[in-house]
Ligand binder design. Sequence first.
Ligand SMILES: CCCCC/C=C\C/C=C\CCCCCCCC(=O)SCCNC(=O)CCNC(=O)[C@H](O)C(C)(C)COP(=O)(O)OP(=O)(O)OC[C@H]1O[C@@H](n2cnc3c(N)ncnc32)[C@H](O)[C@@H]1OP(=O)(O)O
Ligand SMILES: CCCCCCCC/C=C\CCCCCCCC(=O)OC[C@@H](O)COP(=O)(O)O
Length: 233
Amino acid sequence: LSPAARFQLKIGLYCALCLAASALAAPLCLLRHGGRTVRNMRIIKNMVKTFKYIYGLRFETKGLENFQVEGPCVIVSNHQSILDMIGLMEILPDNCVQIGKKELLYMGPVGLIMYLGGVIFINRKSTSNAKTVMSGVAQTMLDENVKVWVYPEGTRNGNGDLLPFKKGAFHLAIQAQVPIIPVVYSSFSSFYNPAKKLFISGTVLLSTPLVYGWTLCVSGLPAEEKLGSRQRC
Ligand SMILES: CCCCC/C=C\C/C=C\CCCCCCCC(=O)SCCNC(=O)CCNC(=O)[C@H](O)C(C)(C)COP(=O)(O)OP(=O)(O)OC[C@H]1O[C@@H](n2cnc3c(N)ncnc32)[C@H](O)[C@@H]1OP(=O)(O)O
Ligand SMILES: CCCCCCCC/C=C\CCCCCCCC(=O)OC[C@@H](O)COP(=O)(O)O
């Protein structure tokens, strides 16, 4: 097979895997928890964590102790590709949902499983609509002790740099007065590059370099009270 065909086959397999795993997980979630709840994320996480073996992907972590935040927080990370979801599930804490574009809801079983797992869908084309949804999320985070994972670039970007951040994640943290935990995925470019039709096995480093000043500068003075000294660096 040509490299292009091999690449398409691997991506096709990934989509098929997501569809099949979702179709399998949905009844399990419904039987176990009866409907849409963040508790279903555990079932989803355990299934997705097996995908790395099929693709020869390794995930290493650094600074994960900074990730052990009690209670609600906003997790922000860079977004390179649809493979990010595998890394996300590697370190996803309990009681954590993601913000996703609403188009994902229409991907058949994949949309259904995201819905059942509690993913919050936003309409990126309507700022006012997305803002209304996000405001509701701030209250739910506090009422139900939920963490929220946001890709603040708002779209995938495989160029090895960061797009300017959208502001919703930061408004969310300010509204809920919760810390922001940054997570960085190392570059996939050595093993995954759609432009070069490259998709081989590889290693990803997931690091959580919690920057005290970051939280301080977005949420104001209360940050010092919110973060324990262990979490400052
Ligand atoms: C079992 C096997 C399963 C197999 C696998 C299946 C499923 C796995 C299950 C789960 C995994 C799910 C993983 C999902 C990942 C999905 C990832 C994505 O979809 S990324 C795309 C969507 N995400 C985002 O867009 C990020 C969030 N976006 C934002 O927060 C944006 O800010 C926005 C709210 C959408 C608005 O964006 P906009 O383009 O309008 O730009 P700005 O951010 O600059 O905002 C404009 C303006 O509005 C002000 N603003 C923004 N938000 C708020 C707010 N909440 N409150 C008040 N004001 C707000 C902002 O300040 C700007 O104004 P100004 O410039 O004056 O400051
Ligand atoms: C019956 C309907 C059938 C629909 C078939 C859909 C087939 C696709 C199946 C599986 C795809 C797996 C997707 C895994 C989820 C990853 C989420 C993700 O990373 O979404 C991208 C989004 O963050 C940003 O989107 P853009 O970069 O703005 O674009």
